[in-house]
Design a protein around this ligand. Structure first.
Ligand SMILES: *Cc1c(COP(=O)(O)O)cnc(C)c1O
Length: 393
């Protein structure tokens, strides 16, 4: 049984700029047809030239499929990692990573405001398997250090910016805290995307993505990714990716890869529009507080400015008149579609307390009831501002 996973084009692509890597890494035009885009290889198995005579290492599509291989090469290149791995969802990527690097009895440190699905995975699934966890705010390096149990803690897990309060963790500082304790730093880079932030370059060991969000970017496919910088970690992840089998099919891989190619131009417009939305909300009488790492008064602004290219497309704000008014804003918005998820070309609005974060009500993770979260899309910005103005009444 082979673990092979061809990664053509990964090494030399590292020398190119971000956009060039996003567009070209991972794939050379097909030698037989010249196809510029990786074909959707809708095949589960591959003809062998004699027993064991595999062409390019392809044997069975759980182990490797050329459409997925192309995506994985591109993911590694944009994160400047050694190797990329694609999964059926962000949570599938996370579960595979945990099984690859942890054993029952080990311990992990999580953000105290982790993505709800990540917290549920650790609290309800991995804990039953014998993996303990504790939480600390990612913005407080000393608190993260204190939460580590030396010898037992295998992973320090960080999201930055976090959801929905957009707290910022200092990746460089957290990497040295983790490494001092013999643990690895895992960064969920979903909110920033590899265009705005490259955790591996800052010292992290593993990057996690829900490619469902900005990487895919069009709200048409669910997927996940891991990118690692160490070959030993890569081997463990490759073994578990194949052994567990939570892989994306070729159609999903194609869509995700297509999205990745335009990540840079989309992110720049997400950021442009978010900055205009922040400016508009900041002066609005119905808004009590705007939360955006690009604002100088945001407590994580200096760290965000150090480690991010720009500040992203996610904006949260508190409605002055309270919870019902916040719900009314969500209901009145029209260009901003009321819905969960984020990172697509279309703008979304949601009420975290009743929607994405309803399951953490009454816990430490509870979010303010007057909070509204925006995933600012790439529509005409004046239409977005007019919509918010109308929704805010
Ligand atoms: C959506 C999301 C996930 C989970 O990814 P799925 O693709 O939904 O499984 C993990 N982390 C963050 C920050 C997310 O936004």
């Amino acid at each position: 049984m082979s673990q092979s996973n061809p990664t053509s084009g990964q090494e030399h692509a590292h020398k190119s700029g971000f956009e060039t890597r996003a567009i070209h890494a991972g794939y050379e035009p097909d030698p037989t047809t010249g196809a510029v885009i990786p074909p959707i290889y809708a095949t589960s198995t591959y003809k062998q030239d004699g027993v064991g005579g595999m062409r390019g290492g392809y044997e069975y599509s759980r182990s490797a499929n050329p459409t997925r291989t192309a995506l994985e090469g591109a993911l590694a290149a944009v994160e400047e990692g050694e190797r990329g791995f694609a999964f059926a969802s962000g949570l599938a990527a996370e579960d595979t990573l945990v099984r690859a690097l942890c054993r029952p009895g080990d311990h992990v440190v999580l953000p105290d405001d982790a993505y709800g699905g990540t917290f549920r995975l650790f609290d309800k699934v991995e804990r039953a398997w014998g993996l303990e966890h504790s939480s600390a705010p990612v913005s407080d390096v000393d608190a993260v250090r204190a939460a580590i149990e030396p010898g037992r803690t295998k992973l320090v897990w960080v999201e930055t910016p976090t959801n929905p309060l957009l707290n910022i963790g200092d990746i460089e500082a957290l990497a040295s805290v983790a490494h001092d304790a013999g643990a690895l730093l895992v960064v969920d880079n979903t909110f920033a995307s590899p265009y705005l932030q490259q955790p591996l370059v800052l010292g992290a060991d593993v990057v996690v993505h829900s490619t469902t969000k900005y990487v895919g970017g069009h709200s048409d496919v669910v997927g996940g990714a891991l990118v690692v910088r160490d070959l030993e970690v890569a081997d463990a992840v490759a073994f578990h990716q194949n052994s567990i089998g939570a892989v994306p099919g070729p159609f999903d891989s194609f869509l995700t890869h297509r999205g990745l190619k335009t990540l840079a131009v989309r992110m720049d417009r997400h950021c442009d529009n978010a900055e205009r939305v922040v400016e508009f909300l900041t002066g609005h009488p119905a808004v009590a507080e705007v939360i955006y790492p690009g604002l100088p008064e945001h407590p994580g602004h200096a760290v965000a400015a150090k480690q991010m290219r720009r500040f992203g497309g996610m904006v949260s704000f508190r409605v002055a008149a309270g919870e019902q008014a916040a719900l009314d804003v969500c209901a009145r918005a029209e260009v901003f579609t009321l819905g969960e998820s984020l990172g697509g070309v279309e703008s979304l609005i949601e009420h975290p307390g009743r929607m994405t974060h309803a399951s953490v009500a009454g816990t430490d993770l509870e979010v303010p009831a007057d909070l509204v979260r925006l995933s600012v899309g790439i529509e005409t910005v004046d239409d977005l501002l007019a919509d918010l103005d109308r929704a805010l009444g």
